[in-house]
Write a protein that binds this ligand. Structure first.
Ligand code: AP5
Ligand code: MG
Length: 215
């Protein structure tokens, strides 16, 4: 399985990717997670990325493309991969096609997770993530037992810096303008699948597996 997960901020890309990892043992490549790790470590790349992420803007392509190419060359990607949050615009999608052609590991699918806009704001303002294991919670829909502690590993939960209402609005606009056109891009290349991302996480996961043609 070599796939791209498409969907607006808060659509559940990360949530569904984690379930795919648990079931199929293939790595998730989330450019957002890689960038946030760089921000947390205070690397020069992280410092540059933070100024864009805090505004809800895309980080420049030259920064992101190098990160993805390096990650795809790692051994664990030979058995497949889930690209989450990448590509984000047409230039990134075209660059990805070229990288994958050189590595002889072209995409087997692009899956769009569709959620109405009205649901996204609450999902994002309510999101909490574990610093230790990355498990996601939501104070409205799927809270942890203790408000600030992860049920799975006991790690501390944090609220993403870009999950503030004003930044979320900008991220949604950026998605409409720059990322949504990729739905057509992958439709034209014949590998697009879509699922509705509303309902329980497990219900959506079974739709995801059906759409991808895996059991
Ligand atoms: P990124 O980290 O990719 O964020 P995003 O695309 O905005 O998406 P999210 O991670 O917010 O949402 P998600 O779809 O993963 O939802 P989740 O599963 O967490 O990017 C962040 C920033 O980094 C960008 O703004 C940009 O600056 C930069 N960046 C990243 N990649 C880049 C690139 N390629 N190029 C340039 N810049 C880049 O779920 C959300 C919440 O909803 C959770 O609380 C979850 O528990 C809950 N939830 C999930 N499913 C359900 C359900 N079925 N019902 C109810 N609640 C649910
Ligand atoms: Mg995510």
């Amino acid at each position: 399985m070599r796939i791209v997960l498409l969907g607006a901020p808060g659509a559940g890309k990360g949530t569904q990717a984690k379930k795919l990892i648990d079931k199929y043992g293939i790595p998730q490549i989330s450019t957002g997670d890689i960038l946030r790790q760089n921000v947390a470590e205070g690397t020069p790349l992280g410092k540059e990325a933070k100024s864009y992420m805090d505004k809800g803007e895309l980080v420049p392509d030259r920064v992101v493309l190098g990160l993805v190419e390096d990650r795809l060359k790692k051994d664990d990607c030979k058995k497949g991969y889930i690209l989450d949050g990448f590509p984000r615009n047409t230039a990134q999608a075209e660059a990805l096609d070229k990288i994958l052609a050189l590595l002889s590991m072209s995409l087997t699918g692009a899956l769009s997770v569709d959620v109405p806009k009205d649901d996204l704001m609450k999902r994002l303002t309510g999101r909490r993530t574990c610093k230790g294991c990355g498990q996601m919670y939501n104070v409205y829909f799927s809270p942890s037992k203790n408000e600030s502690v992860c049920d799975k590993c006991g790690g501390a939960l944090f609220h993403r810096d870009d999950d503030k209402e004003e930044t979320i609005k900008r991220r949604l606009d950026v998605y409409d303008a720059q990322t949504a056109p990729l739905i057509d891009y992958y439709k034209k290349s014949g590998i697009l699948k879509s699922v509705t991302g509303v309902g329980s996480i497990d219900e959506i996961f079974s739709k995801v597996c059906n759409a991808l043609g895996v059991k």
